[in-house]
Write a protein that binds this ligand. Structure first.
Ligand code: CTP
Length: 414
């Protein structure tokens, strides 16, 4: 209660959940549940085709609201204009190839496409369809057009599709879609200022095999890289996440490339860099790997009472990417530096020296003395630039740190 004795009403964001006619429509019921349980006021707008998969009664019962697919119902209340104007975010899940084609071309032949035309809030589309449809040039062009206009079109997940087939085209998990809606709501109408950009982020810790069951690894959780991917998505970017070993799930909508070793990460980063606007090396890459990898599990009897493992240096991926880019200055390349300082040098002195050595545009500096940063939910960083500029980001959650890094990157680009 405040001083006047009035209890503050918790904010109830208005969300429109569009559902188009694909088999994944059944998963949208779980998305709806997740949205209402996390405090959203949800109006479901299915397409007529979606009602062949899940009936209006299900949407109505779960949302507690009447449900219509047509502009001809409830005409006196002009629902296509009212819903579009009042929504704070629209999520269409699943978004079929047909729905995206109609939305891209401004058609308004049912209630959902009419709402999409009247809406001025952020719109998130979660495509789901067969791989062939997703990869068809017509769909690629429609997706590109929608993204150009600021619509957030998530990448579908890769996995089992309708039948036994599998590939890109699967709807991301309902919980990840609910999280994506809240990511956009948290931005509270702020401009999707990474729209049109393609961003590549590496995250997690690499593992360097020594034999089939043992490896050299590190304590990276992947949290900061995942938050960079998540916030970039909610700011409108297309994101490729090159994910080594992580304790957390990747966000909905990123194209995820799974790797294990530094060598695999190196190949994946070289493959992903062409066409990118910003590349961020947030991964903890093992500096060394065993010089020989055993084909069988080493026995204690083979190694004796003590053991020496010969290690060789891994390639410096960040350095390679900077060299590969050459003098073109594009993409912008951001590195991370985990430093503890030493008797002769402060953390920042070592970081400035590393920035020169690596040649990237920005370096995000973490002080990792006393177990700080790794695996923790909060972090404090300094972002330093080649021109000597620096930005201090005080102790914040890793999502806020990620947003601050994008702010600095955007400022530098402009
Ligand atoms: N990095 C990389 N390839 C490696 C090692 C590190 O691309 N083999 C990247 C990291 O992802 C990070 C940056 O380089 O963006 C700095 O990593 P860090 O571990 O702090 O530095 P190192 O290069 O390992 O240097 P040093 O061990 O001397 O601190």
């Amino acid at each position: 209660m405040d001083a006047d004795g009035i209890t503050a009403v918790p904010r109830t964001p208005r969300v429109v959940l569009g559902v188009s006619g694909g088999i994944a429509a059944y998963k949208a019921a779980e998305v709806l549940r997740g949205l209402t349980e996390s405090g959203c006021d949800v109006t479901v707008v299915p397409t007529p085709a979606a009602l062949n998969f899940v009936g209006a009664a299900t949407w109505s019962a779960l949302s507690g609201k009447p449900v219509s697919a047509s502009v001809w119902d409830d005409v006196d209340r002009v629902p296509h204009v009212r819903l579009g104007q009042q929504a704070e975010v629209i999520l269409v899940a699943p978004a079929t190839a047909d729905l995206m084609a109609r939305a891209a071309h401004g058609m308004a032949d049912d209630l959902l496409t009419s709402v999409l035309l009247t809406a001025r809030c952020p719109v998130v589309l979660a495509p789901a369809m067969h791989t062939e449809m997703w990869e068809h040039p017509a769909t690629r062009q429609n997706v590109a057009l929608l993204r150009e206009r600021g619509v957030i079109v998530l990448e579908p997940s890769v996995g089992r599709l309708t039948g036994a087939d599998s590939g890109p085209g699967r709807l991301p998990e309902p919980s990840a879609l609910v999280a994506a809606v809240h990511d956009v709501l948290r931005r509270d109408g702020a401009r999707a200022d990474l729209t049109g950009m393609r961003i590549v982020v590496s995250a997690g810790g690499t593992r360097e095999s020594w034999d089939p069951v043992r490896f050299i690894g590190n304590v990276s959780s992947g949290r900061q890289g995942v938050e960079l991917a998540r916030t970039a998505l909610s700011r409108g970017a297309r994101v490729t996440l090159v994910a080594a070993h992580m304790d957390v799930d990747p966000p909905a909508g990123a194209e995820v490339v799974r790797v294990s070793s530094a060598e695999q990460m190196r190949v994946a980063m070289h493959d992903a860099m062409p066409g990118a606007d910003i590349v961020v090396m947030a991964a903890a890459v093992a500096d060394f790997r065993p010089s020989e990898v055993g084909s069988h599990k080493f026995k204690r009897s083979e190694t004796g009472a003590s053991l020496t493992v010969d290690l060789v240096q891994n390639p410096d991926i960040l350095l390679e990417l900077v060299h590969k880019r050459g003098s073109a200055g594009s993409p912008m390349i951001v590195g991370f530096a985990a430093e503890t300082g030493d008797a002769a040098h402060s953390v920042l002195e070592l970081a400035r020296e590393k920035l020169v050595r690596k040649g990237c545009d920005l370096l995000v500096v973490n002080d990792v003395s006393d177990g700080r940063a790794f695996g923790q939910p909060d972090n404090e960083v300094v972002v330093i630039g080649q021109d000597g500029s620096s930005w201090h980001v005080p102790l914040s959650g890793k999502a806020a740190i990620a947003d601050a890094i994008w702010d600095v990157a955007l400022r530098l680009r402009s």
